[in-house]
Design a binder for this molecule. Structure first.
Ligand code: HEC
Ligand code: HEC
Ligand code: HEC
Ligand code: HEC
Ligand code: HEC
Length: 231
């Protein structure tokens, strides 16, 4: 079973490499061949992926790692359905989180994004606050609420809350992203993340594809060469 899985996963990654070249030749407006192979090949991957993921009997979130346990992306896929989703670049919009956190309530109470996402203006990563920051308030605020008891339990165990990532890119897309230049150029968080005042846990805004990035870069005369965003 394991052996078979590896075989198929390997052929999937060939498909992804092939598409990458296809993508480049499309962008460069070169005549591209092999579309039929691509479509038939992909259909086969989807069928196999669906069969395997059903027989495996458990759902794994496609490559959306936890901040605490990994933080690093690997090129491996947890299952073949995830590989297929990578292939067509679909991302989950709603992610199950360990605590029913609410952006809405904290923002209504006057908190700023940077109170919790401290790295956003400087570094590549916005960062997620650690449990100590939560407990600085929740030592005394809403201590009787079940969700706050769960937060306190993580602190008591000396653990961080294992949040799952909402925004990320498949490693096969080789995209690099920095917050810093955008925040310094005055781009509003909502342009890319939607209105957080309407969100409890963060919900991924759809359409963060290459066109979205490049259109705005053209408009603002920001870099549009491939290596600005790809490694
Ligand atoms: C600056 C203080 C402050 C910080 C820091 C803070 N919170 Fe809160 N939090 C509040 C306030 C105020 C409320 C609203 C309490 C109420 O409605 O009774 C709240 C409400 C909540 C609720 C809803 C509780 C309920 O069921 O009604 C959750 C869950 C929560 N916070 C989790 C967190 C987590 C997780 C963190 C850390 C990432 C955090 N909070 C950081 C002040 C804070
Ligand atoms: C130009 C689009 C854009 C803007 C503007 C933007 N973000 Fe992001 N954000 C992204 C992308 C893309 C990712 C995923 C990055 C990755 O996987 O490398 C992300 C990831 C994140 C993450 C999770 C990962 C991390 O970086 O730690 C947080 C939190 C976040 N953004 C908060 C913010 C806040 C707060 C603001 C405004 C102050 C903001 N973002 C503005 C596009 C944007
Ligand atoms: C009280 C702390 C707090 C404040 C204030 C706050 N956030 Fe968050 N944010 C969190 C926590 C905790 C998470 C992880 C849970 C989740 O995904 O919702 C998170 C997650 C996110 C994510 C998804 C990160 C990922 O995994 O990709 C984005 C985007 C984000 N916040 C944007 C914002 C923006 C924009 C603001 C201001 C308008 C803001 N946040 C204000 C605590 C906060
Ligand atoms: C709403 C407009 C807007 C969107 C959308 C946007 N960007 Fe940007 N981006 C900018 C601006 C403005 C700069 C700053 C240029 C400067 O500092 O000269 C920038 C800078 C960057 C830089 C730094 C480039 C360098 O070499 O200095 C990278 C990397 C980048 N963006 C990647 C992305 C990616 C990836 C996306 C899509 C997920 C994206 N951007 C979406 C406006 C945008
Ligand atoms: C402003 C940022 C930006 C620039 C400039 C840019 N890209 Fe992209 N590119 C992206 C983003 C974001 C994605 C979407 C990744 C996803 O959704 O998984 C992407 C996706 C792709 C993909 C599909 C890869 C896959 O596996 O999904 C190819 C191929 C690609 N870009 C090639 C190029 C080439 C060639 C250039 C130069 C002509 C270029 N890109 C310039 C941001 C950029």
């Amino acid at each position: 079973m394991q052996q078979q899985g590896t075989e198929i996963a390997r052929s999937t990654s060939v498909g992804i490499t092939f598409r990458y070249e296809q993508g480049i030749s499309l962008i460069l407006m070169l005549p591209s061949r092999g579309w039929i192979t691509l479509v038939v090949g992909f259909a086969a991957v989807v069928v196999v992926a669906t069969l395997v993921s059903c027989s495996a009997g458990k759902q794994v979130q496609p490559q959306a790692p936890s901040y605490v346990t990994s933080g690093k992306f690997t090129s491996a896929h947890p299952n073949l359905l995830a590989a297929a989703k990578d292939y067509i670049d679909t991302y989950p919009t709603h992610v199950q989180q360990p605590i029913a956190f609410t952006h809405k309530v904290h923002l209504q109470n006057g908190m700023q994004c940077t109170d919790c996402h401290k790295g956003v203006a400087e570094g590549p990563d916005a960062t997620i606050p650690n449990v100590q920051l939560c407990m600085a308030c929740h030592q005394v605020i809403a201590t009787d609420k079940p969700e706050i008891k769960k937060v306190a339990a993580y602190q008591d165990k000396g653990e961080q809350i294992p949040w799952h990532r909402v925004y990320w890119f498949y490693q096969s897309a080789h995209v690099k992203f920095w917050h810093g230049p955008h925040i310094r150029a005055g781009v509003d968080c909502a342009t890319c993340h939607g209105d957080m005042k309407q969100q409890t846990v963060a919900v991924r805004k759809e359409g963060l594809d290459m066109k979205f990035c490049v259109d705005c870069h053209r408009l603002h005369k920001a870099p549009t060469d491939c290596t600005a965003c790809h490694y």
